[in-house]
Design a protein around this ligand. Structure first.
Ligand code: SF4
Length: 258
């Protein structure tokens, strides 16, 4: 399969209709993936097939590379609409995540104060106080919650360490309207087992959980690229629209990407 491994520590900018001009900040190594999940749909591939050999970029490397890129963009354009922490795995695994978030916020204020800061995270580190404090630097915090079935999460998101839905719910609910919940819906099979989370048995408890968390927004999407597990299928547009409608009925805005 074709996997996407991003340059590090800065990549792009990427132009998207939804985000505008997004400059990526990848706190993971440039030659492989480091994640606390090992999702069967991950566009970076399985953790074991894409082990990183290079080191994590240091906070100083991130700061210097970002500053020179922002200077260049100030002179020649385009102006970034958003600085997005994403890339080859889970950004909050970086031991200096909090310091880097502060550095990036300071550079943003200096060069492009109108730009937003976004974080794409699987939420496995939000139990750490230093990570939760660092979240205050971000305008958009997108946290993954594909289902509230622990069994499904073990099969599909495949956490690499301890994971408890109950504990996650506590932290997500505490973060409440500061976060966007991001959920992947898909169908198909993995190793002979059904992985369809568009069924009512998954949707109803997930909606109930959203009613408790009351996030600022929910973003649902489906498979868009080739996946490491070969028999996964996209959820249909109708299914996603129907799920999105039910989220909105709870009074929570929901974006649907197909
Ligand atoms: S959390 Fe994201 S980066 Fe990590 S394995 Fe899942 S899809 Fe890939």
């Amino acid at each position: 399969m074709s996997t996407v491994i991003y340059p590090s520590p800065v990549f792009g900018p990427v132009h998207s209709r939804r985000l505008g001009v997004s400059l990526g900040i990848n706190l993971l190594p440039s030659d492989g993936k480091v994640c606390s999940f090992d999702c069967i749909y991950c566009e970076c591939g399985y953790n074991a097939s894409h082990r990183a050999h290079a080191k994590l970029p240091t906070a100083e490397e991130v700061r210097q590379t970002l500053e020179s890129r922002l200077k260049e963009m100030k002179e020649h354009g385009p102006a970034p609409d958003v600085l997005t922490f994403a890339g080859n795995g889970e950004p909050t695994l970086h031991p200096d995540f909090a310091r880097i978030a502060l550095d990036v916020a300071a550079l943003r204020d200096q060069y492009f104060p109108q730009a937003r800061m976004s974080l794409l995270s699987n939420a496995t580190r939000i139990h750490l106080e230093e990570v939760r404090k660092a979240l205050f630097c971000f305008d958009n915090i997108l946290l993954k919650l594909d289902t509230v079935s622990e069994e499904y999460i073990r099969r599909v998101d495949r956490p690499c360490g301890h994971y408890s839905v109950e504990e996650q719910m506590k932290w997500l609910t505490e973060l409440h309207e500061r976060i966007t919940i991001q959920t992947m819906f898909m169908k198909g099979t993995h190793e002979g087992e059904d992985v369809n989370n568009c069924k009512e048995e998954f949707i109803a408890p997930w909606l109930e959980a959203l009613g408790c968390i009351r996030p600022r927004m929910v973003a649902i999407y489906t498979i868009d690229r080739e996946t490491p597990s070969p028999l996964l299928e996209k959820a249909s547009r109708e299914e996603l629209d129907a799920i999105g409608g039910r989220v909105r009925e709870l009074g929570i805005p929901c974006s649907v990407s197909y």
